[in-house]
Design a protein around this ligand. Structure first.
Ligand code: ADP
Length: 201
């Protein structure tokens, strides 16, 4: 691919200026965990709370992205890699645009999450492990997908026929069998405040 003539033009509005304008910084908050662990539910509640406080926050959700940008991708290892790459690049653009991205993605592989960490290079990347036992996730099964995975109708389903590697050193663990949604939201906004994402220097 010839990229020599493509120049990243960054002369105009700088990210720091956007932060000053918004009165907060931006960043990528990854909520990783099994399907039905509660990632999207929590992400949308955090989004609402931040929005009400005047913070530009936006949920990127695995399912939504697969319906649009990544609709041509499946679930084998190669497609999962490309799914990841596109999500990371889009998220980086959102972060550059000054937004607090709440990414509700399973991202089951340790290696993939480390790739994201490297791509953000210490740039306000937070990893939150939304923890829930596979038994409880199967019991919740809000979209009926576990049932289909058990029946072999859905292949390579994380937790059933494809592994989920638990985060080794996440910034926060939320156990949704013990923490209710309001509490989870509180823990995440407290973490964002502690890491100084909700204010400017
Ligand atoms: P995911 O995005 O991880 O696939 P969802 O948020 O779509 O999961 O679904 C999680 C389901 O679990 C929802 O129906 C939600 O209402 C329910 N739930 C029960 N307790 C909790 C909790 N403490 N935190 C988040 N979700 C919970």
């Amino acid at each position: 691919m010839e990229l020599n003539n493509v120049i990243w033009d960054n002369r105009y509005v700088k990210r720091e200026e956007r932060n000053q304008f918004n009165k907060h910084k931006s960043g990528f908050v990854l909520l990783t965990g099994l399907s039905a662990s509660g990632k999207s539910t929590i992400a949308h509640h955090v989004e609402r709370k931040l929005f009400n406080r005047g913070v530009h926050a936006y949920v990127l959700d695995g399912d939504n992205i697969r319906h649009g940008l990544n609709s041509n991708l499946g679930f084998d290892r190669e497609d999962r890699k490309e799914n990841l790459r596109r999500i990371v690049e889009v998220s980086k653009l959102f972060v550059d645009a000054g937004i607090v991205v709440l990414g509700a993605f399973i991202f089951p592989y340790y290696e993939d999450r480390e790739y994201i960490r490297r791509r953000f290079d210490g740039d306000n990347f937070l990893e939150i492990y939304v923890k829930c036992s596979i038994e409880m996730c199967e019991k919740r099964d809000p979209k009926g997908q576990y049932q289909k995975a058990r029946a072999g109708i859905i292949k390579n389903y994380t937790g059933i026929s494809s592994p989920y590697e638990e985060p080794r050193n996440p910034d926060l663990v939320i156990d949704t069998e013990r923490t209710d949604i309001a509490n989870a939201v509180q823990l995440i906004t407290a973490l964002l405040a502690e890491r100084r994402i909700l204010d400017v220097d």
